[in-house]
Design a binder for this molecule. Structure first.
Ligand code: KIV
Ligand code: NA
Length: 269
């Protein structure tokens, strides 16, 4: 089947739900690509893979390296790479330069950036110049220091109206899709009804046009914290811990390696 692009994702509005997961490595990208419509190389990789305290310290170089790894494992899903903090906020020229670099060096089909109305001009500038853009509003983790934490966004009439205006502005600017993170499900439904492009929810209720999760979260691999919106479909950290515990005990007891893992004299390997 042909590779999905930004236009295919946009055309799914009102059709079947859009299935998305993050991926940061080639082997995970291969698995995700077999079952999902969209692979997001999210800047969450800073926390999930590199142990950073937030996404604020993620660099272009990190996004490119992981984008290249994911590209080697994905041939079907639409691949979207996050613009990291500091790479696009200064102005639309800066945003274009870095978005073009992400596309050229990773081969991704689109980029994602955080922010609502104040980023609309930048989104339009990129889209008019050949770069499909996915928006991201609600909880925007790159702004954790001004938001003061990772709370639910858009509660109350005033905040809800601001987020609706943000989503409309991004869609008007040409965003092919908008991520809605951590907002009341009623607001997820309302924004989904009001904009003509698909909403991809993460903690935004079941009525969004698609869903995304951080793959390490849903696999129970990244178990440092557990947001309410994450459903754990597996407990891989616990499985890995049990395996490593068994290995350590067998090495200490000289029970590993066994004869089946060892080489005899003169036999070909
Ligand atoms: O970085 C990321 O993984 C994201 C998704 C959670 C939407 O931006
Ligand atoms: Na992100």
């Amino acid at each position: 089947t042909a590779r999905l692009g930004a236009n295919d994702i946009r055309a799914r509005k009102g059709a079947e739900p859009i299935v998305c997961l993050t991926a940061y490595t080639t082997p995970m990208a291969r698995l995700v690509d077999r079952h999902c419509d969209l692979l997001l190389v999210g800047d969450s990789l800073g926390m999930v893979v590199h142990g950073l305290p937030s996404t604020v310290g993620v660099t272009m170089e990190m996004m490119i390296l992981h984008g290249q790894a994911v590209a080697r494992g994905a041939s079907h899903g639409c691949m979207v790479v996050d613009l990291p903090f500091g790479s696009y906020e200064q102005g639309r020229e800066q945003a274009f330069r870095n978005a073009a670099r992400l596309m050229a060096e990773t081969g991704c089909q689109a980029v994602k950036l955080e922010g609502g109305r104040h980023m609309a001009d930048t989104v339009a500038f990129l889209v008019q110049r050949g770069i499909p853009v996915m928006g991201h509003i609600g909880l925007t983790p790159q702004s954790v220091n001004t938001l003061g934490g990772y709370r639910v966004q858009g509660r109350g009439h005033h905040e809800a109206e601001r987020l609706v205006a943000d989503a409309v502005a991004l869609a008007d600017a040409g965003a092919f899709s908008v991520v809605l993170e951590k907002l009341p499900e009623m607001l997820g439904r309302r924004i989904t009804q009001e904009i003509p492009v698909p909403t991809i929810g993460i903690g935004a209720g079941v009525d969004c046009d698609g869903q995304v999760l951080v793959v390490d979260d849903m696999l129970g691999l990244f178990a440092d914290f557990r947001p309410k919106f994450v459903k754990r479909y597996a407990e891989l950290a616990a499985t890995a811990e049990a395996a490593i515990t068994a290995y350590a005990a067998e090495v200490r007891a000289r029970r590993f390696p066994g004869p089946e893992h060892s080489f005899g004299e003169g036999k070909p390997a």
